[in-house]
Design a protein around this ligand. Sequence first.
Ligand code: PLP
Length: 384
Amino acid sequence: MNPADVVPTTVPFNRPYIAPSTLATVEAAMSSGQTAGNGPFGLRCEAWIERTLDVGRALLAPSGTAALELAAMLLEFEPGDEVIMPSYTFPTTASSFVRAGATPVFVDISGETLNIDPAEVASAITPRTRAIVAVHYGGNACAMGALGALTEAHGLALVEDATHAVLARYGERWLGSIGAVAAISFHETKNLSCGEGGALLLNDVAMLDRAEILREKGTDKARFLRGDVAQYKWLDIGSSYALNEISAAMLWAQFAEAERIISRRLEIWDSYSAAFADCEESGRVRGPVIGDGNRHNGHLFYLLARDREDRDAIIAQLLERGVHALFHYVPLHSSPAGRRYGRYHGSLARTDDIAARLLRLPLWADMDKGDVAHVIHAVRSVLQ
Ligand SMILES: *Cc1c(COP(=O)(O)O)cnc(C)c1O
């Protein structure tokens, strides 16, 4: 079929994947007698993450944001402590650290990979710096060697916002397994999802005891359930950060198909990349640059237009042709809350430039060949 003949119903930007076995796993969870967190599906999901991503411990959470909040709480900030992070990221990368009492210091990204630039990080380090947050944009690993060298030299914590990056690698290492703590997300827009969900990954397992307490409303209920204490008590200021068992059952159904979901996304990503190669050569747009030795996970495919006007025009023309493309982050250093609670260091010129020019194309596991051909045809006709 010629893609031009396809009825132009809009290809949505995202459609969450639902594994066929979901009804069975959710029904099993509902009839098991336990629907709250820490049930059999939750424990199976945590063991899967630990085994598959080679992390010390995984604790499921109600969202990637909740996992980032737990990660920030575990670092026990003092007033005035600073955390260096990219401005080009989602708001909760920063708000999680603000809640925990730290000040975000926003720095620029690399114009190539769109990940935090280690040279900018190095120049932003002060005696108040306590941590660096590596956000792996689109599942493409940050320069973890350079960032690790900085955290080691200055005695800082390395935190991975691996919310885009499940089953992506830096060299041979899984993202989320490198920093002292990491967060992954199972939001419906991420590669593996249960609607809303996430996990805290602990590679420094000395933090495990406190992480369990913070997750269980500030009590030692986890110890009690293991029979280590006779009663559980209020010990710390935690919150309600467990993932309910129904969501864990939905997540388990996705884990069983994880390899297939990622390879399907990579296939679509590769089709886009090949289809727009000549548009890139002509300098009309440019696509993603994956760092040497990284294996990404097909989380997102973007194009960089010439300028904001061009980008907005491309998005509008794609919508007319039945393709829902989207811009991405509004930089945090110039956002109202970013200015109120954080500061920035150095020039943020690349962040402002990329934020103005970037558009993302539809990419979801259930896209069929017709959907992909339709997007490719629409993009090529707009760029001609
Ligand atoms: C999605 C996302 C989050 C938050 O994850 P949720 O599960 O939606 O709370 C945090 N940081 C980044 C970079 C994200 O893309």
